[in-house]
Design a protein around this ligand. Structure first.
Ligand code: 5GP
Ligand code: ZN
Length: 115
């Protein structure tokens, strides 16, 4: 399940340090190393898969759980006035780490459409 070439799997195993803000049996949350907003967190499943394109029916609950954790982190970080959950999918979207992750961005005005 773990992919040793994957940066996020290495963060989950503790091999690469991160500023962790949340952990449970299914996922972890940590601060993005290159924040694009005053609050910029990443929520990632412990299970390695690249994106929703690889998700299976059995992953539906997990993907829902990631969104509930993202909402809880938004509450804890006081950005519920307006925040964004982003799931970049594929190189053309800007995805650079091919382990599914939700960005949770807030603390500044969020423009639309995103770039
Ligand atoms: P993507 O571009 O794939 O949607 O998002 C990957 C995110 O992971 C980027 O925002 C990038 O700053 C972040 N990132 C990449 N490597 C690391 C790392 O080693 N530690 C942390 N905390 N964030 C990382
Ligand atoms: Zn991974």
């Amino acid at each position: 399940m773990e992919d040793e070439t994957c940066i996020f799997c290495r963060i989950i195993s503790g091999e690469i340090p991160s500023k962790t803000v949340y952990t449970d049996t299914q996922c972890i949350g940590f601060r993005d190393v290159n924040p694009q907003a005053p609050v910029h967190l990443l929520v990632i499943p412990r299970k390695h898969f690249a994106s929703p394109l690889e998700a299976e029916e059995a992953d539906e609950k997990l993907i829902g759980h990631l969104h509930r954790v993202a909402a809880e982190l938004a509450r804890q970080h006081h950005i519920t006035e307006g925040f964004r959950i982003v799931l970049n999918t594929g190189p053309g979207s800007g995805q650079t780490v091919f382990h599914l992750h939700l960005h949770v961005l807030g603390g500044r005005p969020m423009r639309w459409p995103p770039g």
